[in-house]
Each structure stands twice: as structure tokens, then as C-alpha cells.
Design a protein around this ligand. Sequence first.
Ligand code: SF4
Length: 258
Amino acid sequence: MTQKLKLPDNAKDNRVLLHSCCAPCAGDLMERMKESGIDVTIFFYNPNIHPKKEYEIRKNENIRFAEKLGIPFVDADYDVQNWFKRAKGMEWEPERGIRCTACFDMRFERTALYAHENGFSLISSSLGISRWKNMDQINDCGLRAASHYDGVDYWTYNWRKEGGAARMYEIAKREEFYKQEYCGCIFSLRDSNDWRVKNGREEIKIGEEFYGEVEIDKKLTVTKEPACSLDVLDKDRGKAGHDSCQLASLPMDKGQKK
Ligand code: SF4
């Protein structure tokens, strides 16, 4: 067993409402909290994920693991239109830029509201475990969302510590999770595909990548229809001043090992 997690000093009880972005990122947090005797509930609110089929796959994978561990799972709205409203004007921002701040804000605001309405005093998120994310940016958003409610705090734990980042991959492989190949929104899908094409790789095929050599679950496999309306996005490309995909040169977050 890994080292036991200790709740922060400001924890008022043993409960944590954990915003989960996906099963691979949340897997280690879920296991560690459970093993540490923390009363964790998963809050799945990710209207950023596009297309809906990708959203359903990621959500179902998370439900599958929550059920296995006996962790309650709150399935929040897929209010994608609100997400697009919030991202308006930031369509060509690079990953880790202001669109991502707005995206984290939106997801954490809903998490904090649910915590407030349902008696949770501590929230956190799996988003920070990924080495491709800026942990300070995520923590700022979490703290800002929690500050709207008396009695709700955001737990700024570094989930990559104590082998967390490595265990994330081990668990994903062991559990044969679906392996998403882009952050989540239509714009990250577009930019990931741009980068892949420029680097001689095939475009992302939604629903086909799993960790390990496993049979693809037919229930989760989707058709090969276009992943998003990239033609529509392309029309605006010149106007928006998009230069090139940022992913190729995107550094890992400070101090993280690959
Ligand atoms: S790249 Fe990821 S974090 Fe940024 S806006 Fe898109 S889905 Fe949200």
C-alpha cells in the first residue's frame, strides 16, 4: 500500500468531493483516498469534452472504476452550450492559456456549488495530476471557486508526489482504461490533430485507444464519423490569427519527470 493520505488541517470532517476529469487521472486519487479511509465522492462535471461520444466514454470509464471501488459517483450536467459561451473569443488560445482558466473555473464553480448544497466542506480535483497541466493554474481556479462559499475549501494537494504520477499510468494500464489522446474540448482536438498531421501521424480516432493490449469493448466503440466540425473551425482560422499547434513545443509542468 502507498503512503496514507492525510487530510489538510482545515478539513472539517472526513469527506471529500473530488472533481474528476477522467478515470486515468482520477484512478490513483480514488484508490489512495479509499485506502486512506477518506469518504470520497466523485463529481463528474466536464461539459468541455467533445464530442458527446468521447464524453460518454470517459464518463462511463470513471463510473466503472467508481463502482469497482464502491465510491459514490455524481453525474452532473453536460451543459455544453454554456461551456461554448464561456470559451467564446478564446478559440485559438493555446493549452494552459486563458481558455483553460475559464474551463477550470467553470468546472470548479459547479463542484463548489454542489459541495455547498450537499454538505461537503472540502473539494479537490484530479486535473492537477497530469504533467501537462499547470498545477498553479488549477489550484488558483479551485481556490477561487471555493472562496465563493463559506465553509467550502479547496485541497491543493500535489497528487503527483509520492509516486502518484507513475501510479496513474500503472492503474490506467491495469484497469484497461480508455486512453484519451487530447485534453477534451473541440479546440484541443483540433490542435492535437493539426500536430499529428504535421508529424505524419493519423488523426485521433475517438473510442479506439485503450491502455494495454485489450479487446475494445464493443459497447464503447463508436463509428468513424468525423470527430468534430473542423471545417467550421477552419473557416475562422485566418480571422482568429491562429499560427501553429502549441502541443509540439508544450513543456511539461515545472519540475515534473516524464
Ligand atoms: S484544452 Fe483542456 S483545459 Fe483547456 S479549454 Fe480545452 S478542455 Fe479545457
